[in-house]
Design a protein around this ligand. Structure first.
Ligand code: COM
Length: 504
Protein backbone atom coordinates (compact mmCIF):
# COMPACT_ATOMS: atom_id res chain seq x y z
CA UNK A 1 0.00 0.00 0.00
CA UNK A 2 1.52 3.31 -1.06
CA UNK A 3 1.60 6.11 1.52
CA UNK A 4 -1.28 7.87 -0.21
CA UNK A 5 -3.71 5.00 0.50
CA UNK A 6 -5.32 4.28 3.88
CA UNK A 7 -6.65 0.90 2.75
CA UNK A 8 -5.40 -1.94 0.56
CA UNK A 9 -8.92 -2.28 -0.79
CA UNK A 10 -12.30 -0.67 -0.42
CA UNK A 11 -15.00 -3.34 -0.57
CA UNK A 12 -18.00 -1.52 -2.00
CA UNK A 13 -20.96 -3.51 -0.64
CA UNK A 14 -20.92 -5.72 2.45
CA UNK A 15 -23.09 -8.61 1.23
CA UNK A 16 -22.01 -12.24 1.21
CA UNK A 17 -19.26 -11.51 -1.35
CA UNK A 18 -17.89 -8.31 0.20
CA UNK A 19 -18.16 -9.46 3.80
CA UNK A 20 -16.36 -12.72 3.19
CA UNK A 21 -13.87 -11.13 0.81
CA UNK A 22 -12.96 -8.38 3.26
CA UNK A 23 -12.65 -10.87 6.13
CA UNK A 24 -10.38 -13.07 4.02
CA UNK A 25 -8.38 -10.02 2.96
CA UNK A 26 -7.87 -9.03 6.59
CA UNK A 27 -6.88 -12.59 7.51
CA UNK A 28 -4.27 -12.49 4.75
CA UNK A 29 -2.75 -9.46 6.45
CA UNK A 30 -4.35 -6.74 4.32
CA UNK A 31 -6.21 -3.62 5.41
CA UNK A 32 -9.76 -3.68 4.03
CA UNK A 33 -12.63 -1.24 4.43
CA UNK A 34 -16.23 -2.27 3.78
CA UNK A 35 -18.66 0.41 2.60
CA UNK A 36 -22.23 -0.62 3.39
CA UNK A 37 -25.47 1.33 3.47
CA UNK A 38 -27.89 -1.15 5.04
CA UNK A 39 -26.76 -4.44 6.60
CA UNK A 40 -23.72 -6.63 6.47
CA UNK A 41 -24.63 -9.93 4.82
CA UNK A 42 -26.65 -8.05 2.20
CA UNK A 43 -30.03 -9.46 1.22
CA UNK A 44 -29.30 -12.91 2.67
CA UNK A 45 -30.88 -12.35 6.03
CA UNK A 46 -33.39 -9.76 4.87
CA UNK A 47 -35.13 -11.63 2.08
CA UNK A 48 -32.94 -14.31 0.61
CA UNK A 49 -31.24 -17.45 1.97
CA UNK A 50 -31.75 -16.97 5.71
CA UNK A 51 -35.34 -15.80 5.26
CA UNK A 52 -36.12 -18.63 2.84
CA UNK A 53 -34.64 -21.15 5.23
CA UNK A 54 -36.89 -19.85 8.02
CA UNK A 55 -40.00 -19.52 5.89
CA UNK A 56 -39.53 -22.96 4.34
CA UNK A 57 -39.46 -24.48 7.79
CA UNK A 58 -42.74 -22.72 8.60
CA UNK A 59 -44.25 -24.00 5.38
CA UNK A 60 -42.92 -27.52 5.98
CA UNK A 61 -44.46 -27.59 9.43
CA UNK A 62 -47.79 -26.42 8.05
CA UNK A 63 -47.80 -28.96 5.24
CA UNK A 64 -46.78 -31.81 7.51
CA UNK A 65 -49.29 -30.90 10.22
CA UNK A 66 -51.92 -31.12 7.55
CA UNK A 67 -50.69 -34.55 6.55
CA UNK A 68 -50.26 -35.91 10.06
CA UNK A 69 -53.43 -34.38 11.51
CA UNK A 70 -55.48 -37.11 13.14
CA UNK A 71 -53.17 -39.91 12.03
CA UNK A 72 -51.40 -42.35 14.35
CA UNK A 73 -50.99 -40.56 17.71
CA UNK A 74 -51.01 -37.02 16.26
CA UNK A 75 -53.91 -34.79 17.36
CA UNK A 76 -56.29 -33.24 14.89
CA UNK A 77 -55.08 -29.82 13.87
CA UNK A 78 -57.19 -27.09 12.36
CA UNK A 79 -55.06 -25.16 9.87
CA UNK A 80 -57.79 -23.00 8.39
CA UNK A 81 -56.46 -19.84 10.05
CA UNK A 82 -52.75 -20.20 9.54
CA UNK A 83 -51.07 -17.24 7.92
CA UNK A 84 -48.03 -16.76 5.72
CA UNK A 85 -48.08 -13.08 6.68
CA UNK A 86 -47.80 -14.02 10.38
CA UNK A 87 -44.83 -16.25 9.63
CA UNK A 88 -43.21 -13.39 7.70
CA UNK A 89 -43.92 -11.02 10.59
CA UNK A 90 -42.15 -13.32 13.02
CA UNK A 91 -39.07 -13.27 10.82
CA UNK A 92 -39.22 -9.48 10.43
CA UNK A 93 -39.52 -8.96 14.16
CA UNK A 94 -36.98 -11.51 15.31
CA UNK A 95 -34.95 -13.06 12.51
CA UNK A 96 -33.92 -9.99 10.56
CA UNK A 97 -32.75 -8.14 13.65
CA UNK A 98 -30.95 -11.10 15.15
CA UNK A 99 -29.10 -11.80 11.90
CA UNK A 100 -28.20 -8.12 11.35
CA UNK A 101 -26.75 -7.93 14.88
CA UNK A 102 -24.82 -11.15 14.44
CA UNK A 103 -23.30 -10.08 11.13
CA UNK A 104 -22.30 -6.69 12.54
CA UNK A 105 -20.84 -8.16 15.70
CA UNK A 106 -18.97 -10.88 13.86
CA UNK A 107 -17.55 -8.60 11.18
CA UNK A 108 -16.63 -5.54 13.22
CA UNK A 109 -15.95 -6.93 16.70
CA UNK A 110 -14.85 -10.51 16.19
CA UNK A 111 -13.03 -10.18 12.88
CA UNK A 112 -11.99 -6.54 13.31
CA UNK A 113 -12.97 -5.46 9.80
CA UNK A 114 -13.63 -1.74 9.52
CA UNK A 115 -16.97 -0.64 8.08
CA UNK A 116 -17.92 2.81 6.75
CA UNK A 117 -21.68 2.91 7.28
CA UNK A 118 -23.70 4.90 4.77
CA UNK A 119 -24.41 5.32 1.09
CA UNK A 120 -21.10 5.22 -0.72
CA UNK A 121 -20.27 7.43 -3.63
CA UNK A 122 -17.49 6.20 -5.93
CA UNK A 123 -15.46 9.28 -6.90
CA UNK A 124 -12.84 7.31 -8.82
CA UNK A 125 -11.26 3.90 -8.59
CA UNK A 126 -9.26 4.90 -5.51
CA UNK A 127 -11.65 7.26 -3.74
CA UNK A 128 -15.03 6.57 -2.14
CA UNK A 129 -17.01 9.16 -0.24
CA UNK A 130 -19.36 8.14 2.59
CA UNK A 131 -21.35 10.74 4.56
CA UNK A 132 -18.97 13.49 3.44
CA UNK A 133 -15.87 11.56 4.49
CA UNK A 134 -13.27 10.55 1.90
CA UNK A 135 -11.72 7.07 1.98
CA UNK A 136 -8.75 6.15 -0.19
CA UNK A 137 -8.00 2.59 -1.30
CA UNK A 138 -5.37 1.04 -3.51
CA UNK A 139 -7.98 -1.31 -4.97
CA UNK A 140 -11.74 -1.18 -5.31
CA UNK A 141 -13.97 -4.25 -5.14
CA UNK A 142 -17.54 -3.93 -6.37
CA UNK A 143 -20.01 -6.24 -4.61
CA UNK A 144 -23.33 -4.53 -5.16
CA UNK A 145 -25.45 -7.65 -5.67
CA UNK A 146 -28.43 -8.07 -7.97
CA UNK A 147 -32.12 -7.24 -8.15
CA UNK A 148 -35.17 -9.03 -9.56
CA UNK A 149 -35.59 -8.67 -13.32
CA UNK A 150 -38.99 -7.14 -14.08
CA UNK A 151 -40.91 -7.77 -17.30
CA UNK A 152 -41.99 -4.75 -19.26
CA UNK A 153 -45.73 -5.45 -19.19
CA UNK A 154 -48.85 -3.49 -18.39
CA UNK A 155 -49.81 -3.57 -14.72
CA UNK A 156 -46.36 -4.47 -13.41
CA UNK A 157 -46.51 -1.58 -10.92
CA UNK A 158 -49.95 -2.44 -9.50
CA UNK A 159 -50.14 -2.95 -5.73
CA UNK A 160 -50.08 -6.69 -5.11
CA UNK A 161 -47.23 -7.36 -7.55
CA UNK A 162 -44.27 -8.58 -5.54
CA UNK A 163 -40.84 -10.13 -5.87
CA UNK A 164 -38.75 -12.14 -3.43
CA UNK A 165 -37.77 -8.79 -1.86
CA UNK A 166 -41.35 -8.13 -0.77
CA UNK A 167 -42.03 -11.60 0.59
CA UNK A 168 -40.88 -10.84 4.18
CA UNK A 169 -42.89 -7.61 3.99
CA UNK A 170 -46.23 -9.42 3.50
CA UNK A 171 -48.92 -7.96 5.74
CA UNK A 172 -51.91 -9.98 4.55
CA UNK A 173 -52.32 -13.45 3.05
CA UNK A 174 -53.49 -13.49 -0.55
CA UNK A 175 -56.11 -16.05 -1.51
CA UNK A 176 -54.81 -16.69 -5.01
CA UNK A 177 -51.29 -16.08 -6.15
CA UNK A 178 -49.88 -16.24 -9.66
CA UNK A 179 -46.13 -16.75 -9.88
CA UNK A 180 -44.56 -15.51 -13.11
CA UNK A 181 -41.46 -17.60 -13.77
CA UNK A 182 -40.85 -21.25 -12.91
CA UNK A 183 -37.14 -21.13 -12.14
CA UNK A 184 -35.59 -21.91 -8.80
CA UNK A 185 -37.11 -18.92 -7.01
CA UNK A 186 -40.60 -19.28 -8.48
CA UNK A 187 -40.86 -23.02 -7.84
CA UNK A 188 -39.55 -22.62 -4.31
CA UNK A 189 -42.02 -19.82 -3.57
CA UNK A 190 -44.91 -21.91 -4.94
CA UNK A 191 -44.11 -24.67 -2.45
CA UNK A 192 -43.73 -22.11 0.35
CA UNK A 193 -47.06 -20.35 -0.15
CA UNK A 194 -49.30 -23.35 -0.86
CA UNK A 195 -49.25 -24.80 2.69
CA UNK A 196 -50.77 -21.52 3.95
CA UNK A 197 -54.06 -22.16 2.12
CA UNK A 198 -52.97 -19.93 -0.77
CA UNK A 199 -54.00 -21.17 -4.20
CA UNK A 200 -50.85 -21.04 -6.34
CA UNK A 201 -50.45 -21.08 -10.13
CA UNK A 202 -47.03 -20.92 -11.82
CA UNK A 203 -46.77 -19.49 -15.34
CA UNK A 204 -43.48 -20.28 -17.10
CA UNK A 205 -42.66 -19.05 -20.59
CA UNK A 206 -40.39 -21.99 -21.42
CA UNK A 207 -39.73 -25.00 -19.15
CA UNK A 208 -39.70 -25.04 -15.35
CA UNK A 209 -36.34 -25.94 -13.77
CA UNK A 210 -34.86 -26.74 -17.20
CA UNK A 211 -31.41 -27.63 -15.94
CA UNK A 212 -32.56 -30.20 -13.42
CA UNK A 213 -32.56 -33.95 -13.94
CA UNK A 214 -35.78 -35.14 -15.52
CA UNK A 215 -36.67 -37.58 -12.73
CA UNK A 216 -36.19 -34.91 -10.08
CA UNK A 217 -38.30 -32.41 -12.01
CA UNK A 218 -41.04 -34.97 -12.50
CA UNK A 219 -40.96 -35.90 -8.84
CA UNK A 220 -41.35 -32.27 -7.78
CA UNK A 221 -44.11 -31.46 -10.21
CA UNK A 222 -46.11 -34.63 -9.65
CA UNK A 223 -46.04 -33.72 -5.98
CA UNK A 224 -47.14 -30.19 -6.85
CA UNK A 225 -50.06 -31.66 -8.74
CA UNK A 226 -51.11 -33.75 -5.75
CA UNK A 227 -50.94 -30.59 -3.63
CA UNK A 228 -53.03 -28.57 -6.07
CA UNK A 229 -50.21 -26.27 -7.25
CA UNK A 230 -50.85 -25.59 -10.92
CA UNK A 231 -47.99 -25.39 -13.44
CA UNK A 232 -48.28 -23.97 -16.95
CA UNK A 233 -45.29 -24.18 -19.30
CA UNK A 234 -44.86 -22.47 -22.69
CA UNK A 235 -47.16 -19.67 -21.58
CA UNK A 236 -46.45 -16.03 -22.32
CA UNK A 237 -47.64 -13.46 -19.77
CA UNK A 238 -49.05 -10.37 -21.48
CA UNK A 239 -50.53 -8.18 -18.80
CA UNK A 240 -51.40 -7.85 -15.13
CA UNK A 241 -54.89 -6.45 -14.76
CA UNK A 242 -56.62 -4.66 -11.90
CA UNK A 243 -58.33 -1.49 -10.80
CA UNK A 244 -56.05 -0.05 -8.15
CA UNK A 245 -54.70 -3.51 -7.24
CA UNK A 246 -53.95 -6.86 -8.85
CA UNK A 247 -57.05 -8.73 -10.05
CA UNK A 248 -55.79 -11.10 -12.73
CA UNK A 249 -52.94 -12.10 -15.02
CA UNK A 250 -53.52 -12.38 -18.76
CA UNK A 251 -51.37 -14.80 -20.74
CA UNK A 252 -51.20 -16.53 -24.09
CA UNK A 253 -50.92 -20.29 -24.41
CA UNK A 254 -50.80 -21.93 -27.85
CA UNK A 255 -52.34 -18.83 -29.44
CA UNK A 256 -55.17 -18.74 -26.91
CA UNK A 257 -55.63 -15.91 -24.41
CA UNK A 258 -56.22 -17.05 -20.84
CA UNK A 259 -56.99 -15.03 -17.72
CA UNK A 260 -55.94 -16.12 -14.22
CA UNK A 261 -57.85 -14.35 -11.42
CA UNK A 262 -55.63 -13.59 -8.42
CA UNK A 263 -55.03 -11.08 -5.64
CA UNK A 264 -51.22 -11.32 -5.67
CA UNK A 265 -48.52 -11.81 -8.26
CA UNK A 266 -44.94 -12.82 -7.59
CA UNK A 267 -42.46 -12.05 -10.36
CA UNK A 268 -39.49 -14.41 -10.52
CA UNK A 269 -38.13 -14.35 -14.05
CA UNK A 270 -34.50 -13.86 -13.14
CA UNK A 271 -31.96 -11.51 -11.63
CA UNK A 272 -30.23 -8.40 -12.95
CA UNK A 273 -26.77 -7.51 -11.58
CA UNK A 274 -26.47 -4.10 -9.91
CA UNK A 275 -23.52 -2.97 -12.02
CA UNK A 276 -24.54 0.70 -12.34
CA UNK A 277 -22.28 2.14 -9.61
CA UNK A 278 -19.24 0.77 -11.46
CA UNK A 279 -20.12 2.05 -14.94
CA UNK A 280 -18.45 5.49 -14.54
CA UNK A 281 -15.17 3.68 -13.83
CA UNK A 282 -15.15 2.38 -17.39
CA UNK A 283 -15.61 -1.29 -16.52
CA UNK A 284 -16.99 -3.52 -19.27
CA UNK A 285 -20.63 -4.49 -18.84
CA UNK A 286 -22.13 -7.64 -20.35
CA UNK A 287 -25.46 -8.26 -22.05
CA UNK A 288 -27.11 -9.26 -18.79
CA UNK A 289 -25.96 -6.02 -17.09
CA UNK A 290 -23.16 -7.89 -15.31
CA UNK A 291 -19.66 -6.52 -14.71
CA UNK A 292 -17.33 -8.59 -16.84
CA UNK A 293 -14.53 -10.22 -14.87
CA UNK A 294 -11.72 -12.68 -15.56
CA UNK A 295 -11.15 -15.88 -13.58
CA UNK A 296 -9.42 -13.79 -10.91
CA UNK A 297 -12.46 -11.47 -10.49
CA UNK A 298 -10.54 -8.60 -12.12
CA UNK A 299 -12.42 -6.18 -14.34
CA UNK A 300 -10.80 -4.56 -17.39
CA UNK A 301 -9.82 -1.57 -15.20
CA UNK A 302 -6.60 -2.30 -13.27
CA UNK A 303 -7.18 -2.33 -9.52
CA UNK A 304 -10.96 -2.73 -9.88
CA UNK A 305 -12.52 -6.09 -9.05
CA UNK A 306 -16.13 -7.31 -9.14
CA UNK A 307 -17.56 -10.09 -7.01
CA UNK A 308 -20.87 -11.77 -6.15
CA UNK A 309 -24.04 -11.30 -8.18
CA UNK A 310 -22.78 -7.97 -9.59
CA UNK A 311 -20.45 -10.04 -11.76
CA UNK A 312 -23.31 -12.19 -13.10
CA UNK A 313 -24.26 -15.85 -12.73
CA UNK A 314 -24.04 -18.34 -11.17
CA UNK A 315 -26.14 -16.54 -8.57
CA UNK A 316 -25.28 -18.64 -5.58
CA UNK A 317 -24.08 -17.65 -2.13
CA UNK A 318 -21.06 -19.97 -2.22
CA UNK A 319 -19.95 -18.43 -5.53
CA UNK A 320 -20.44 -14.91 -4.14
CA UNK A 321 -18.33 -15.68 -1.09
CA UNK A 322 -15.66 -17.46 -3.13
CA UNK A 323 -15.42 -14.61 -5.60
CA UNK A 324 -14.74 -12.40 -2.59
CA UNK A 325 -12.05 -14.77 -1.41
CA UNK A 326 -10.40 -14.96 -4.86
CA UNK A 327 -10.38 -11.15 -5.19
CA UNK A 328 -8.81 -10.90 -1.72
CA UNK A 329 -6.05 -13.33 -2.65
CA UNK A 330 -5.26 -11.48 -5.86
CA UNK A 331 -5.21 -8.11 -4.10
CA UNK A 332 -2.73 -9.72 -1.71
CA UNK A 333 -0.49 -10.57 -4.65
CA UNK A 334 -1.47 -14.16 -5.45
CA UNK A 335 -2.75 -15.39 -8.79
CA UNK A 336 -5.92 -17.16 -7.68
CA UNK A 337 -8.67 -18.31 -10.04
CA UNK A 338 -12.34 -19.13 -9.62
CA UNK A 339 -13.36 -22.73 -10.18
CA UNK A 340 -16.96 -23.02 -11.33
CA UNK A 341 -16.93 -26.80 -11.73
CA UNK A 342 -19.26 -29.02 -9.70
CA UNK A 343 -21.22 -26.23 -8.07
CA UNK A 344 -24.25 -27.80 -6.36
CA UNK A 345 -27.74 -26.39 -6.75
CA UNK A 346 -30.52 -26.40 -4.21
CA UNK A 347 -34.20 -25.49 -3.87
CA UNK A 348 -36.37 -25.35 -0.82
CA UNK A 349 -39.64 -26.95 -1.88
CA UNK A 350 -41.18 -27.44 1.53
CA UNK A 351 -41.73 -29.95 2.97
CA UNK A 352 -38.98 -31.31 0.74
CA UNK A 353 -35.68 -30.01 -0.59
CA UNK A 354 -34.08 -30.73 -3.94
CA UNK A 355 -30.32 -30.74 -4.37
CA UNK A 356 -28.05 -31.73 -7.24
CA UNK A 357 -24.47 -31.60 -8.39
CA UNK A 358 -22.75 -32.74 -11.59
CA UNK A 359 -24.41 -34.06 -14.73
CA UNK A 360 -28.06 -34.90 -15.24
CA UNK A 361 -28.81 -38.36 -16.61
CA UNK A 362 -29.39 -36.93 -20.10
CA UNK A 363 -26.08 -35.03 -20.02
CA UNK A 364 -24.25 -38.07 -18.68
CA UNK A 365 -25.66 -40.32 -21.42
CA UNK A 366 -24.54 -37.84 -24.03
CA UNK A 367 -21.03 -37.67 -22.60
CA UNK A 368 -20.42 -41.25 -21.42
CA UNK A 369 -22.90 -43.38 -23.37
CA UNK A 370 -24.43 -46.10 -21.26
CA UNK A 371 -24.29 -44.84 -17.68
CA UNK A 372 -25.33 -46.74 -14.58
CA UNK A 373 -27.97 -45.42 -12.21
CA UNK A 374 -27.99 -46.14 -8.51
CA UNK A 375 -31.42 -44.95 -7.56
CA UNK A 376 -34.38 -45.34 -5.23
CA UNK A 377 -37.28 -45.51 -5.65
CA UNK A 378 -37.36 -47.15 -9.04
CA UNK A 379 -39.53 -49.55 -11.00
CA UNK A 380 -43.25 -50.03 -10.39
CA UNK A 381 -44.63 -48.12 -7.48
CA UNK A 382 -45.85 -49.91 -4.37
CA UNK A 383 -49.49 -49.51 -3.51
CA UNK A 384 -50.26 -46.30 -1.70
CA UNK A 385 -49.54 -47.01 1.98
CA UNK A 386 -52.41 -46.15 4.27
CA UNK A 387 -51.18 -44.14 7.23
CA UNK A 388 -52.57 -45.44 10.49
CA UNK A 389 -55.87 -44.16 11.63
CA UNK A 390 -56.03 -41.92 14.69
CA UNK A 391 -54.76 -43.77 17.76
CA UNK A 392 -57.35 -43.43 20.55
CA UNK A 393 -56.17 -41.92 23.82
CA UNK A 394 -53.77 -39.40 22.33
CA UNK A 395 -56.28 -36.64 21.71
CA UNK A 396 -54.67 -33.25 22.24
CA UNK A 397 -51.65 -34.71 23.91
CA UNK A 398 -48.10 -34.70 22.69
CA UNK A 399 -46.43 -32.60 20.09
CA UNK A 400 -48.23 -32.19 16.81
CA UNK A 401 -45.19 -32.75 14.63
CA UNK A 402 -41.72 -33.81 15.57
CA UNK A 403 -39.74 -31.06 13.92
CA UNK A 404 -39.34 -31.64 10.23
CA UNK A 405 -39.98 -35.02 8.79
CA UNK A 406 -36.60 -36.68 8.65
CA UNK A 407 -36.32 -40.25 7.45
CA UNK A 408 -39.18 -42.57 8.23
CA UNK A 409 -41.70 -39.93 9.19
CA UNK A 410 -41.71 -39.29 5.47
CA UNK A 411 -43.82 -42.41 5.15
CA UNK A 412 -46.72 -40.17 6.03
CA UNK A 413 -46.03 -38.32 2.87
CA UNK A 414 -47.59 -41.10 0.85
CA UNK A 415 -46.86 -43.15 -2.20
CA UNK A 416 -43.25 -42.80 -3.27
CA UNK A 417 -43.33 -39.25 -1.99
CA UNK A 418 -40.69 -39.75 0.65
CA UNK A 419 -37.86 -38.87 -1.64
CA UNK A 420 -35.81 -39.86 -4.62
CA UNK A 421 -32.06 -40.28 -4.68
CA UNK A 422 -30.12 -40.88 -7.83
CA UNK A 423 -26.40 -41.30 -8.40
CA UNK A 424 -25.11 -41.48 -11.96
CA UNK A 425 -21.95 -43.49 -12.60
CA UNK A 426 -19.67 -44.01 -15.59
CA UNK A 427 -19.37 -47.83 -15.50
CA UNK A 428 -15.98 -47.91 -17.22
CA UNK A 429 -14.13 -45.77 -14.69
CA UNK A 430 -16.63 -46.55 -11.87
CA UNK A 431 -16.60 -42.82 -11.12
CA UNK A 432 -19.68 -40.82 -10.21
CA UNK A 433 -20.68 -38.10 -12.64
CA UNK A 434 -23.77 -36.71 -10.92
CA UNK A 435 -25.79 -36.84 -7.71
CA UNK A 436 -29.44 -35.83 -7.42
CA UNK A 437 -31.83 -35.85 -4.52
CA UNK A 438 -35.28 -34.74 -3.57
CA UNK A 439 -36.36 -35.40 -0.02
CA UNK A 440 -35.48 -33.97 3.32
CA UNK A 441 -32.10 -32.91 4.53
CA UNK A 442 -29.73 -33.96 1.74
CA UNK A 443 -28.17 -30.57 1.19
CA UNK A 444 -25.55 -31.02 3.89
CA UNK A 445 -24.16 -34.09 2.14
CA UNK A 446 -24.01 -32.28 -1.20
CA UNK A 447 -21.48 -29.80 0.14
CA UNK A 448 -19.07 -32.72 0.38
CA UNK A 449 -20.39 -34.73 -2.58
CA UNK A 450 -19.49 -31.86 -4.90
CA UNK A 451 -15.86 -32.14 -3.79
CA UNK A 452 -15.89 -35.92 -4.14
CA UNK A 453 -17.18 -35.58 -7.71
CA UNK A 454 -14.37 -33.20 -8.47
CA UNK A 455 -11.65 -35.54 -7.27
CA UNK A 456 -13.07 -38.46 -9.26
CA UNK A 457 -14.69 -40.45 -6.44
CA UNK A 458 -15.59 -44.04 -7.31
CA UNK A 459 -18.35 -46.41 -6.26
CA UNK A 460 -15.71 -48.53 -4.52
CA UNK A 461 -14.44 -45.61 -2.47
CA UNK A 462 -17.99 -44.62 -1.52
CA UNK A 463 -18.67 -48.20 -0.37
CA UNK A 464 -15.85 -47.79 2.13
CA UNK A 465 -17.33 -44.75 3.89
CA UNK A 466 -19.32 -45.03 7.11
CA UNK A 467 -22.98 -44.23 6.78
CA UNK A 468 -25.04 -43.22 9.77
CA UNK A 469 -28.34 -44.95 9.35
CA UNK A 470 -30.98 -43.63 8.61
CA UNK A 471 -29.84 -40.73 6.55
CA UNK A 472 -31.72 -38.83 3.94
CA UNK A 473 -29.02 -39.34 1.36
CA UNK A 474 -28.52 -43.05 0.87
CA UNK A 475 -25.62 -42.86 -1.55
CA UNK A 476 -23.17 -44.74 0.65
CA UNK A 477 -25.35 -47.73 1.39
CA UNK A 478 -26.81 -47.84 -2.11
CA UNK A 479 -23.35 -47.79 -3.64
CA UNK A 480 -22.15 -50.58 -1.36
CA UNK A 481 -24.99 -52.79 -2.55
CA UNK A 482 -23.57 -52.79 -6.07
CA UNK A 483 -19.88 -52.15 -5.48
CA UNK A 484 -19.08 -55.89 -5.43
CA UNK A 485 -19.98 -56.17 -9.12
CA UNK A 486 -16.90 -56.61 -11.32
CA UNK A 487 -18.85 -55.18 -14.20
CA UNK A 488 -20.91 -52.39 -12.76
CA UNK A 489 -24.61 -52.58 -13.53
CA UNK A 490 -26.20 -50.55 -10.78
CA UNK A 491 -29.76 -51.30 -9.86
CA UNK A 492 -32.24 -49.02 -11.36
CA UNK A 493 -34.45 -49.87 -14.23
CA UNK A 494 -34.71 -46.83 -16.40
CA UNK A 495 -38.27 -45.98 -15.52
CA UNK A 496 -39.35 -42.43 -16.15
CA UNK A 497 -42.27 -41.18 -14.19
CA UNK A 498 -44.86 -40.01 -16.65
CA UNK A 499 -45.04 -36.27 -17.17
CA UNK A 500 -48.61 -35.44 -16.36
CA UNK A 501 -48.17 -32.38 -14.23
CA UNK A 502 -48.57 -29.65 -16.79
CA UNK A 503 -51.95 -27.91 -16.94
CA UNK A 504 -52.68 -27.67 -20.61
C1 COM B 1 -25.41 -14.94 4.70
C2 COM B 1 -24.77 -13.61 4.64
S1 COM B 1 -26.85 -14.92 5.69
S2 COM B 1 -23.10 -13.76 4.68
O1 COM B 1 -22.66 -14.51 3.50
O2 COM B 1 -22.72 -14.52 5.88
O3 COM B 1 -22.48 -12.45 4.70
Amino acid sequence: MGPQYEYDAIWFGGGAAGRFGAAFHKALGGKPLIVEEHHLGGECHVCRCAFENFFSDQASMAELMRLYSGKSWYPKIDLSNISAAKAAELYREVGQRAFADTMKHQTEKQLGVEVAWGKGNIIDKNIVEVNGKIYKGKNLVIGTGSRPTMPNILGINLPGVMTYIDHPEMRKDPKKMVIIGGGKIGIGKAAMFAPFNIEVTVLEKYTCLPKWDRDIRNFIFRDFKRRGIKIYEGIDVKEIKGKGKVESVVAELDGEIMEFPCDAVMVSIGLTPNSEPAIPLGVKIGKGNEIIIDEGCRTNVPGVYAIGDAAGPPYFMAIARKRGMIAAKNIAGEDAKMDYSFVPDHIYIPPLEATCVGLTEAEAREKYGDVVLIQVPWGPKPEDPKPEEYYPGFENQGLPVCGRMHTLNLLFYGQNRNGLVKAIVDPKSRKYVGFHSVGDGAKTAFQYLSYLLKIGWTVDQMANLHEIFLNAEHFIQLSRLVAGQKELKGFAAQVYLEEDYICR
